[in-house]
Design a protein. Structure first.
Lengths: 94, 81, 151
């Protein structure tokens, strides 16, 4: 059974390594990711949002709804942690 | 010369990752995961993604190691398998 | 796990270090416009300073300064500020989280007000992340009892 799992893992890894050969080079300016919307953000972020750091302006301004969801995820993690783990002294059920 | 540094960091990263799985002591495993996160942070900073590197250093190497150690103290320190 | 150490060296070093860690965390949060950083990273560092207080001193010592009520209040308060800023944008007549419309209520032009609103949102995310990190650590390390262990 361990041999079977090893074969599966090796096949998955080989597939992943093979698929990285098709990826664009690191820092390639002609890759699809840096042609579509990235130049727009880099050029317009200072005159539209007055924020020199493009990462902050994308995170909090252009994609503010995304960050709201991220904050809600962290909030939910804390609420679940309190609900599952917190025990009070006068609680007779535990 | 930069690729030699990258190769060195990646080799230590791989050693940390394999060691974190194979070591029997869970506390050592948590510390190895912290070292893994920190090497990953160096790698990201070297590639130019400074914000991601900062997040990795604050969350991966700092907070999550403290969480792991806090959780290990509630259970046994040695792994069963 | 958490007990009162009588180790003078650890307590002294932590007492000297904690204000600088918190000052650096506030710098990371508020300087996120110009340098790497932001609400999430700064909140993590700020939470780590409170975790250091718990480890070096005692859980009671920390809860005297940062009570559990305040902690749970802050978890919800950060998300509330974030969503409320978006709601103000709707009330003033723009889309949700479109901060440019806030120049009607804040003394700045529509471009500068976006940077101001971004700062407010970074602070709210920092508040939430700080409280969440402290809460998760206390609940994990003391198994929800919030008292010091017998070790």
């Amino acid at each position: 059974m361990k041999l079977f799992a090893l074969i599966i893992v090796i096949m998955t890894g080989a597939t992943l390594i093979y698929s990285t050969l098709e990826m664009p080079n690191w820092g390639d300016p002609n890759s699809p990711a840096s042609l579509h919307v990235s130049p727009r953000y880099i050029e317009k972020t200072l005159e539209e949002t007055a924020t020199p750091n493009a990462v902050t302006s994308v995170l909090a301004d252009y994609r503010g709804y995304d960050t709201l969801g991220e904050t809600t995820v962290i909030f939910t993690a804390a609420v679940v942690c309190i609900l599952l783990l917190r025990r009070f002294e006068d609680d007779k059920t535990v | 010369m930069i690729w030699i540094t990258e190769l060195l960091i990646l080799t230590i990263l791989l050693i940390c990752a394999v060691g974190a799985i194979h070591v029997k002591d869970l506390l050592s495993s948590a510390i190895l995961l912290g070292a893994y996160s920190f090497l990953m942070c160096i790698l990201w900073a070297e590639m130019g993604a400074v914000d991601v590197a900062f997040t990795e250093a604050a969350v991966g190497a700092g907070i999550s190691t403290a969480f792991f150690i806090g959780a290990i103290y509630q259970t046994t320190r040695r792994t069963k398998d | 796990m958490i007990r009162l150490y009588d180790d003078l060296i650890i307590q002294t070093v932590c007492r000297i270090m904690i204000p600088f860690i918190q000052l650096f965390a506030l710098y990371v949060i508020t300087h996120g416009h110009y340098s790497p950083g932001g609400g999430f990273q700064g909140g993590c560092i700020l939470g780590a300073s409170f975790i250091l207080m718990v480890i070096a001193y005692d859980i009671k010592w920390m809860k005297k300064r940062f009570s559990e009520y305040t902690n749970i209040f802050m978890i919800a308060f950060g998300v509330f500020i974030y969503a409320f800023v978006g709601l103000i944008c709707i009330i003033l007549g723009a889309e949700y989280l479109n901060y440019g419309i806030l120049h009607k209520v804040l003394p700045a032009d529509p471009v500068k007000v976006r940077a101001l609103a971004t700062l407010g949102i970074e602070i709210s995310v920092g508040i939430t992340v700080m409280a969440v990190m402290v809460s998760i650590f206390l609940n994990l390390a003391t198994f929800g009892k919030h008292e010091r262990g017998e070790v």
